[in-house]
Structure formats: C-alpha cells, structure tokens
Design a binder for this molecule. Structure first.
Ligand code: HH2
Length: 279
C-alpha cells in the first residue's frame, strides 16, 4: 500500500485489514534484535517484507521489551533513517516506532507517514504537535508503566475498561493538539504492562475496542504470553501461536496486525478474510 492509498483506506468504513511488518534496527529487540543493524541487511529485509505482502513497514530503533532502557535520540535516528529511506523509496507506507518527536521528525522527513508511539504522546508532548503540523497519522498505544518496569506488577480492576478509557482520553488529547481524528489509530498494547490473563481478556473483548471509531492495531506477534500458553520459549518458534492470535484479531475487528512473519501471516490474513467475506 502506498501513502495515498492509506489516506483513502483511513476513510473507508469497512476497511480491508492491513499487515504491518516489523523491522527493528536494534541490537536487543526480543525477537529480531541484531539482525538488521547493517543498513544493507535492513534494506534486504524491507524488500523481502514487501515481496511477502507487507502493506506497511514499522521501523524502530529502540527496543521496548520488558526491562529495556531508553535509547538516545541521536542513536535512534542513526539506526532508523537508512531503513526508513529504503522502505519509503519503494513506495510502501512506513511508520516510525518512537516516542520522541526529534526521531519522528527525522523519519517523516525521510518518507515515513505514520508515527507509532507506544507512549500515546505521553513521553514527549512535542510529538503530538509534530504529527498535527505534518498532517501525519499516529498510532496511540496503551501501556501501563514504562518498558523498564511495566512487567513488575501489572494491576487493573477491569483491564478492558481501563484500556478503553485510556485510549479515548489519549485520542482526545491528540485531537486537542491538532491531530486530525481521522488519522488516529488505537492499539491496546498487548504485552505492555499486562499479564498473560490481561492479554487474553483484551483479545477476548477486542470488539469493544474495535468499535471506538478508529482503526484498531493489534500486536501479538511472537510475544511472551504466546510462549507461556504454548510452552515455546523461543520467540522465533511461536509462528502457529501467533497465527491463532492474528486470525482471531482480524475476525474480532482489528484493522491492522503488527507481525514479524509477513509471509505466513499474509496467508492467515487471506484465509481469515475469505471466511469473513472481507476479501
Ligand atoms: N509491540 C512492540 C513494539 N511496538 N507498537 C505497537 N503499536 N503495538 C505493539 O504491540 C508493539 C509496538 C514490541 O515488539 P517488537 O518491536 O518486536 O520488540 P522490541 O520492543 O523488543 O523491539
């Protein structure tokens, strides 16, 4: 999908679900860390994901796995810009996975059109103003705590209600900062300050989040809760567990699924959409 098609997709009431391919340009991401640090490797992976059927490529230069520490803006920029340029030059939709306005701005200059902010505009207030000024799209994601501490003791009285209320609050803050509401996507933040049971509850109740009037992004790919349920400790071997969650998410209203295994999940998405008559 190219950026123009994204604009019309955002205004389509029954949107065909999109596949967001993950490209982490980091030494320490939980599943693809260290594999794309050389710009030539990142570029190869971009080409591969496009050939495999990615609609959109999400480039990140900072791991947000549990226990991770922030990466300086300069270093994030150094890591992500070659990959953003490589993906944008091939005409595909590119998002920048960052919480920092300076990194997002450099990525938008290099051709990204979406900011994927796992802090939903809380880490750097300048980020929402930037998105507004550039008429970019933004993913606002729920997270309890920060990556450094979020898995220590996640607590909710009603996880679905709290995530829903949070997303609506952050949507309002973004809109007040001037972000075009039709360019806001929401994400429950699977694995971000949540136990396995919290993640399952959010997936079970996904239609409640898919009905908030914004496209819903869901990122379950290879995550720890899949390992816990399936007994598979190696993230790269969680393909089938991931497939189950991707199919479920689409059937329950997700508009975008964020995945590492683009080729396999393209098949899952096609099959799920065919069963739902949303081909
Ligand atoms: N998950 C991760 C990172 N960014 N963004 C959104 N919108 N939704 C998610 O679920 C999400 C995200 C974590 O996965 P990954 O990028 O593979 O790992 P790491 O944070 O270790 O780089």
């Amino acid at each position: 999908m190219n950026p123009l098609e994204l604009s019309s997709w955002l205004h389509t009431p029954r949107r065909p679900p999109l596949l967001m391919g993950v490209l982490n340009v980091t030494p320490d991401s939980f599943s693809d860390g260290g594999r794309h640090l050389d710009p030539a490797d990142a570029e190869r992976r971009v080409e591969e994901m496009i050939a495999e059927g990615a609609d959109w490529i999400d480039v990140g230069g900072e791991s947000t796995r549990p226990g991770s520490q922030p990466v300086p803006e300069d270093e994030q920029r150094r890591r992500v810009l070659p990959a953003v340029r490589a993906a944008a030059s091939r005409g595909v939709v590119v998002s920048i996975d960052t919480t920092r306005a300076a990194v997002a701005e450099a990525a938008l200059d290099a051709g990204a059109v979406i900011v994927n902010d796992v802090s939903a505009g809380r880490d750097d207030p300048a980020l929402l103003r930037l998105v507004a000024g550039r008429h970019a799209a933004i993913v606002l994601m729920h997270m309890q705590g920060t990556p450094a501490t979020m898995q220590q003791a996640p607590t909710y009285s009603d996880v679905v209600r709290e995530v829903r209320d949070f997303l609506l609050r952050r949507r309002d803050v973004a809109a007040s900062a001037g972000v075009d509401p039709s360019r806001i996507l929401l994400d429950p933040g699977i694995g971000f300050g949540k136990t396995t049971e919290h993640n399952l509850e959010l997936l079970r109740e996904l239609p409640r989040l898919a009905g908030l009037g914004h496209p819903l992004v869901v990122g379950t790919s290879r995550k720890r809760f899949i390992g816990e349920i399936t007994g598979e400790p190696d993230p790269s071997r969680r393909l089938l567990g991931t497939a189950a969650t991707v199919s479920w998410s689409i059937a329950n209203g997700a508009s975008v699924v964020r995945v590492h295994d683009v080729q396999a999940m393209r098949q899952v998405l096609r099959m799920t959409c065919a069963m739902m008559s949303r081909r």
